[in-house]
Design a protein around this ligand. Structure first.
Ligand SMILES: O=P(O)(O)OC[C@H]1O[C@H](O)[C@H](O)[C@@H](O)[C@@H]1O
Length: 418
């Protein structure tokens, strides 16, 4: 039972860190405020119907239960310092989850994500891994991503051990020659000492954060591995419970569809949200950037901006430059008086004032999304809403949001040169 003194006021959390440890999941994950460009009620009702249809159709990524990793298998994931090798959908969600877990004071253990190939960055990270005897967690849905393979080789040559592998299901004891190269390399290097977890075959990388892809890193960091997964199931079922539960999402989606633009700015007024922004960027850009059969091209570049800092770098362009974007301000729904922040209350108050002043000055269509609290559960709900927004937008544009056909061109180019 939550202390009534800590209950949410009209303005959000008085003590956001306490709320993050015990989120109130009966409430919507965020509050939405729409500025110029607000949609009409018929459009909101249309979006509500589209959300219901999607929930009923249950694409594989909404069958979240199917991605719950077996208890026994999860026990095999070592807890302790971990170096995660992975790119895109194999890494961005875990990074965001661990950031939220840290801020929610769940004390996640040390886990670093390596998704760079610059030897300067890699060398530092490998030094860290060697110094704390970090175990390798290799995440690659295809088992084929060349950057992961090369990083794995670099780690192996420094004596690091691959103890967890997350990838597409491998049917039966395949011959080595038929295995994806990353799977073959891990198997050979660990001599059977590692645990292999499968991402359900039908769930694409950027839709996979509620599967082993999100669960295993949380386990390695000694946090409840199902934090995201259970919260996403809860939120999916809450959305299915009736129109009032979908109101915020339907309104937000209708605003978005009413304001198509080549640039979609996610202006994060809390730095904690930046990794969520990066995850959303991949989800939307890879799902909605398409060439249609008739040769027309669609898509919106998701661009993440950072709090008051970017008022001092990008705001001029947004206010006076070409009107080609739309802006989503994103923040936590904290007490605007900043009373929760102790001796930093004035800064907490300033953050809200700055966000509101920026939103008010915008000349582009604007919405403000205020997240309930800083818990991984709220992050999971935001991610689920992002996936729903993306899938409904794709439906609205008559495109297929799955796969990333054009990215393969770059991969072929890399293969040809390496
Ligand atoms: O998980 P992997 O198969 O290694 O793929 C990692 C990433 O690679 C590619 O760049 C795809 O465009 C991404 O969608 C994917 O998330």
């Amino acid at each position: 039972m939550r202390d009534p003194k800590l209950q949410q006021s009209r303005f959000g959390s008085r003590t956001p860190w306490l709320d993050a440890a015990a989120p109130d999941e009966s409430r919507p994950p965020y509050r939405i405020e729409l500025g110029a460009g607000a949609p009409d009620e018929a459009a909101v009702a249309g979006c509500d119907r589209a959300i219901v249809e999607l929930l009923d159709a249950r694409p594989p990524w909404l069958d979240i239960e199917a991605g719950i990793v077996d208890e026994e298998q999860l026990r095999g994931v070592p807890v302790g310092p971990t170096l995660l090798l992975g790119f895109g959908g194999s890494a961005l969600g875990a990074r965001a989850a661990l950031e939220f877990a840290e801020v929610a004071e769940l004390r996640p253990g040390p886990l670093r994500v390596l998704d760079a190939v610059d030897p300067w960055v890699v060398g530092d990270t490998l030094d860290w891994a060697a110094a704390c005897n970090a175990k390798l967690m290799v995440v690659s849905k295809s088992g084929n991503t060349i950057e992961v393979l090369r990083l794995l080789d670099a780690c192996l040559s420094r004596g690091l051990e691959p103890l967890t592998l997350i990838s597409d299901p491998i049917a039966g004891p395949e011959r080595d020659a038929a295995l994806p190269p990353i799977v073959a390399r891990v198997r050979e290097a660990s001599a059977g000492q590692h645990v292999e977890l499968a991402i359900p075959a039908q769930v694409g990388g950027r839709w996979s954060v509620f599967t082993a892809v999100g669960q295993a890193p949380l386990k390695a960091a000694n946090v409840d591995p199902r934090l995201l997964t259970h919260a996403a199931i809860h939120e999916r079922d809450r959305l299915a419970s009736g129109a009032p539960a979908r109101e915020g999402l339907a309104r937000s989606l209708a605003w978005r569809l009413a304001n198509p633009a080549p640039y979609s700015i996610l202006w994060c007024y809390s730095e904690v949200l930046m990794h969520w922004g990066a995850w959303t960027q991949q989800l939307e850009c890879e799902s909605l950037g398409r060439e249609r059969d008739d040769g027309s091209r669609v898509g919106e570049l998701v661009c993440t901006l950072r709090g008051p800092a970017d008022q001092h770098s990008v705001a001029q362009l947004l206010l006076d430059g070409p009107a080609r974007g739309r802006v989503t301000f994103v923040d936590f729904d904290d007490d605007p008086a900043g009373s929760y922040a102790g001796d930093l209350a004035e800064l907490a108050r300033l953050r809200v004032i700055e966000r509101e002043a920026s939103a008010e000055s915008m000349t582009l269509p604007t919405r403000t999304l205020l997240a309930r609290d800083r818990s991984p559960a709220t992050l999971a709900a935001l991610m689920l809403h992002g996936m729903i927004e993306t899938a409904v937008t794709a439906e609205n544009w008559s495109i297929d949001p799955y796969g990333q056909p054009a990215v393969e061109k770059i991969k072929r180019g890399i293969r040809a040169r390496s």
